[in-house]
Design a protein around this ligand. Structure first.
Ligand code: C2E
Ligand code: MG
Ligand code: MG
Ligand code: MG
Length: 287
């Protein structure tokens, strides 16, 4: 009986492995089809100027409108997309769609349109030799000015090979495109890369903004990051601003840009477009 049990356990384990594999293959083919069938959606989240709260630019964030499961957030499919290389197609779709949408908006309603749009790039994408050509192609096709495009990379991605990254980013900057360090402060960052890698924008990670109120030490840290960024001539954006008190503190620190639920959640571009009259209204600063 003991032997049978052992065998059963083994079978169960094997079945489970098999099931996981099938599940993964199923997910993979569903994601592949999603890209082909046009189930990806562009969402935009405003980046507001401090202190007036007006939308300055916007970040492009991908969503998957799954006909079976509803709207899927990037956390549920980006990891698989990165493992399988599908992230390149996803990034390229978002890049084109973001440039097209913002260019159209700027043409129709320059008063309310975001002055720039930022797009996230994955590590695999940075490694492609034709990245610069592709970005140039997206700009040429849509007519968006290169100065209106920001490419976001995390510091972990940038630091894999500083020499290669610097060369690639310099190429992109020569197009007139700006480069942002995303989630600043969360990677194993040596500040040395700020000297070697050409960037224009520094986005302070949300984890530094959460718990900012009432934590003097954290405030000193964020204030120092803002000053560091400004000293280096960078535009500094605070991510994950969720309330008026956080915004007020950032304003006192001299931070000029904020992104977060308090200033606007990511939403479909046409929804954001429809709401811009409201967004253009100043956000009240309490301090
Ligand atoms: P990220 O680039 O750092 O984007 C900011 C994330 O923070 C977004 O999550 C946004 O919805 C969320 N967020 C913004 N404000 C707040 C806030 O006040 N509170 C909280 N709790 N969260 C806030 P989302 O859309 O789920 O995207 C997650 C990550 O997925 C992004 O982080 C980015 O790394 C990645 N991602 C999204 N779209 C793309 C894409 O097109 N390509 C690539 N390669 N990655 C993408
Ligand atoms: Mg980002
Ligand atoms: Mg970020
Ligand atoms: Mg992030």
């Amino acid at each position: 009986a003991a032997k049978d049990q052992g065998k059963n356990r083994f079978m169960t384990f094997e079945n489970r492995m098999h099931e996981q594999l099938l599940n993964r293959l199923d997910q993979e083919s569903r994601l592949r089809e999603a890209v082909q069938r046009g189930e990806l959606r562009l969402h935009l989240q405003p980046v507001a100027a401090i202190p007036d709260g007006r939308m300055s630019g916007a970040e492009a964030l991908v969503r998957w409108q799954d006909p079976e499961r509803g709207l899927q957030m990037p956390g549920s499919f980006i990891p698989l997309a990165e493992e399988t290389g599908m992230i390149i197609d996803i990034d390229r779709w978002i890049l084109m769609e973001a440039c097209r949408t913002v260019r159209k908006w700027q043409g129709e309603n320059p008063e309310t349109a975001p002055a720039w749009v930022s797009v996230n790039l994955s590590a695999a994408h940075l490694d492609l030799p034709d990245l610069t050509d592709h970005v140039a192609y997206a700009l040429a096709t849509t007519g968006l000015s290169p100065h209106c495009l920001v490419l976001e990379l995390t510091e972990t991605v940038m630091m894999r090979d500083v020499a290669v990254t610097s060369a690639r980013l310099q190429e992109l900057r020569e197009l007139g495109v700006k480069i942002a360090i995303d989630d600043f402060g969360t990677g194993y960052s040596s500040l040395g890369y700020l000297r070697d890698i050409p960037v224009d924008v520094l986005k302070i990670d949300r984890s530094f903004i959460t718990g900012l109120v009432g934590n003097g030490r954290q405030q000193e840290l964020v204030s120092a990051i803002v000053q560091l960024g400004h000293t280096l001539g960078l535009r500094v954006v605070a991510e994950g601003v969720e309330d008026a008190d956080q915004l007020a503190l950032l304003s006192v620190m001299g931070c000029k840009f904020a992104q977060g639920y308090y200033l606007g959640r990511p939403e479909a571009a046409d929804q954001l477009y429809a709401r811009t009259a409201l967004l253009a209204a100043p956000v009240e600063i309490t301090q």
